[in-house]
Design a binder for this molecule. Structure first.
Ligand code: F6R
Length: 241
């Protein structure tokens, strides 16, 4: 694992965007695996800047996102499709039909998960997968205990995730109980993985995931078994490594 130390969130975002940008420059028809959450927002902003400056061209790029809430569609501001549109896709010259997020409105889980895996297969895999890491070591919605062999599947959200998401919704009953997520095996099949992390509160899990035992109790620890992982973390997040 290559570890790149950044000063702070802004520096982490710049470094991550440079790596993603280089991928797009070197392979214009790259398949990028993308994530939502607070970690990648700054990197996406930098990619938009790169596009506006004329340095980056997304016209041949394909994307597949890690996850989506069940029951939410593109119009719902809490959906991950909406997040991707407002933070990246709407601001660069990517073709919307080349961007993929699990379809949260598909109620047939088996069908949707098979469709999503087949899509990744059709691309012959993901060239570079961007990841954030949860405080409990989750990647995508693969929570502690998730088997390393899983492909895209539907997961029941944990009580703590439901509670954490409550603030984004008007009423408790609106908070999704289920999500579609790429499995750890789907993630591990990416040719290269870029994981970004910032903040002191993530330091203990960074230490556990990347210098502790490889165990399903810490889903991100599976990345130790991948041959091409780059971790870009700020000083706070890497402080215990
Ligand atoms: C997002 C995702 C999650 C986040 C993780 C970290 O698509 O799958 O695993 O990457 O929860 O979230 P932030 O970046 O908000 O700390």
């Amino acid at each position: 694992m290559r570890i790149i130390k950044a000063k702070d969130y802004s520096d982490m975002s710049r470094k991550a965007a440079n790596i993603l940008g280089a991928q797009v420059i070197l392979k214009p028809d790259s398949v990028l695996g993308l994530a939502t959450g607070s970690s990648p927002i700054g990197a996406y902003r930098r990619l938009v800047e790169g596009y506006n400056k004329g340095d980056l061209d997304f016209s041949s790029v394909f994307t597949v996102n890690l996850d989506e809430y069940c029951g939410l569609g593109a119009d719902s501001p809490q959906s991950y499709r909406y997040f991707m549109n407002v933070n990246l896709f709407d601001h660069v010259n990517i073709k919307k039909e080349n961007t993929h997020v699990p379809n949260g409105l598909e109620s047939d889980a088996e069908k949707e998960c098979a469709r999503y895996e087949a899509l990744i297969d059709r691309f012959s895999g993901i060239d570079m997968q961007l990841l954030g890491i949860g405080h409990n070591g989750h990647i995508g919605f693969n929570e502690p205990g998730a088997a390393f062999e899983t492909l895209t599947h539907r997961v029941a959200l944990t009580e703590s995730t439901i509670a954490a998401n409550r603030r984004f919704f008007d009423r408790e009953e609106e908070v999704p109980r289920w999500a579609y997520t790429m499995g750890i095996r789907s993630i591990m099949r990416a040719a290269r993985i870029l994981i970004i992390v910032s903040g002191k509160e993530k330091a203990p899990i960074v230490k556990e995931a990347f210098s502790g035992a490889v165990t399903p109790k810490v889903p991100a620890s599976a990345l130790q078994l991948h041959g091409s992982v780059t971790l870009v973390g700020d000083e706070d997040a890497l402080s215990l490594l």
